[in-house]
Write a protein that binds this ligand. Structure first.
Ligand SMILES: C[S@@+](CC[C@H](N)C(=O)[O-])C[C@H]1O[C@@H](n2cnc3c(N)ncnc32)[C@H](O)[C@@H]1O
Length: 399
């Protein structure tokens, strides 16, 4: 068996991008804008074709990707021995030497392979046994800064071995020094902003801001700041074919597009400790000119413009008793109707009770996941006194 990609390859190759469920189309659009070819969404990911420069560009610039992977081997395995034999037969010397370090992550959806740790162990055994038999020495495992990170995916009996070019997942932007109790992953926050249809000339309100993630992601997108700008580390920087000159050119061209035009984003929270944390994060992300952080309850906000977009990530889940969720939903619904006419409101919640009690009819419902929590991202259009809104708002929908 031969590798599908090698470090010396100059031609285009297949690249897989992982993301959260619900953000596949958003990510596909980002990839098309970056110049990806054959962009094809699949569940929790998108595939595309490009060269090594495109791979660097994607790691640096994508807002809604979690990992950028290169599939290097695809084969069938019915059991662990098949997996071991196939891995051992590959010419790993192309990617590392016995002095190098590696890390293996695995994900499986298979009857034969049920434990991801066990898969990683088996792959590592096969790979190091090959080196030991050939050279008498073997690469070692490093779970923090490995020279080579592999991502093994098994679906039924189909195994795909990928090089993980990102290293730490791309939601770890590096600007969040402080987080609250239920911080949202940066990639999801960015996806919610894009799904909301907010445009930088509009007012955006993130008024249950917690660590400030939604507001900050909106600001960095509006300013054209590459989300990878804040971090030094990418997996590909440790590869033997790392082309520093090419990367520097891509980096310079990406940051050359940053705009210093401020936008109008308001981030508030009723908890003063949270607003302090959000402010620190806003400063670390260098978007303090665009994001105004206030210690203010959502219920006290009087918007400074007659239209705009509001994104709410209210507390929910196991944290709150149902009665409190119902009461909060009713209050939020009334406040939106009273003071946010002309606005589009988007709310992410995992609570059916919240949706039943808000007293507004959503015009869009999108299924997303916040970690393992299945959520709905709901759009409410707060028309200025139209009959439709009055009629809609009287209804009380169930999902
Ligand atoms: C689920 S967390 C938001 C997490 C946030 N998206 C992040 O990434 O960190 C909900 C936040 O709503 C805030 N909150 C609760 N009631 C509020 C209210 N009436 N007005 C403003 N913020 C409120 C809480 O203090 C908490 O920080």
């Amino acid at each position: 068996m031969k590798f599908l990609y090698t470090y010396t390859q100059k031609e285009d190759f297949e690249i897989k991008f992982t993301t959260f469920f619900g953000l596949e189309e958003v990510l596909a659009n980002e990839l098309k804008k970056l110049g990806g070819k054959d962009v094809t969404p699949f569940k929790r990911g998108v595939s595309a074709v490009g060269d090594i420069g495109f791979l660097y560009k994607c790691n640096l610039n994508l807002h809604t990707a979690l990992k950028v992977l290169i599939p290097i081997a695809k084969f069938k395995a019915e059991n662990e021995q098949d997996l071991y034999d196939a891995i051992k037969s590959l010419e790993w010397e192309q990617f590392l030497t016995f002095d190098d370090t590696l890390m293996i992550e695995s994900v499986a959806n298979s009857e034969a392979f049920t434990h991801s740790l066990f898969i990683s162990q088996k792959v590592k055994d096969a790979l190091v046994d090959r080196f030991r038999e050939k050279f008498g020495k073997r690469p070692s495992v490093d779970l923090v800064h490995p020279g080579l990170r592999l991502y093994v995916h098994i679906y039924k009996n189909e195994v795909t071995v990928n090089l993980d070019s990102s290293g730490e997942p791309l939601y770890k932007r590096g600007y969040r020094a402080h987080i609250g109790e239920a911080p949202m992953k940066e990639v999801l926050a960015s996806g919610l902003v894009k799904l909301s249809g907010w445009e930088p000339h509009q007012l955006l309100i993130d008024s249950m801001t917690g660590s400030g993630t939604i507001a900050i992601e909106a600001a960095i997108w509006a300013a054209g700041i590459p989300p990878g700008y804040y971090r030094d580390e990418f997996g590909f920087k440790r590869w033997k074919n790392f082309d520093e000159k090419l990367y520097d050119t891509i980096f310079d061209s990406s940051i050359g597009k940053i705009s210093d035009k401020a936008v109008d984003i308001l981030a508030t929270d009723s908890d003063s400790q949270m607003t302090q944390k959000a402010l620190t994060n806003v400063k670390k992300a260098k978007v303090e000119d665009s994001v105004k952080v206030l210690h203010q309850s959502f219920f006290d906000i009087q918007p400074s413009r007659s239209s705009g977009v509001i994104i709410l990530n209210p507390p929910y889940g196991e944290r709150l008793p149902v009665k409190e969720i119902e009461a909060m939903a009713k209050e939020i619904g009334s406040k939106l109707k009273k003071d946010f006419k002309g606005f589009t409101a988007w709310i992410i919640t995992s609570s059916p009770e919240f949706i039943k009690n808000i007293g507004l009819r959503p015009t869009r419902k999108i299924q997303v996941y916040n970690g393992s929590l299945e959520c709905r991202y709901l759009k409410y259009e707060m028309y200025e006194g139209s009959k439709k809104a009055v009629k809609n708002n009287r209804e009380n929908p169930e999902l």
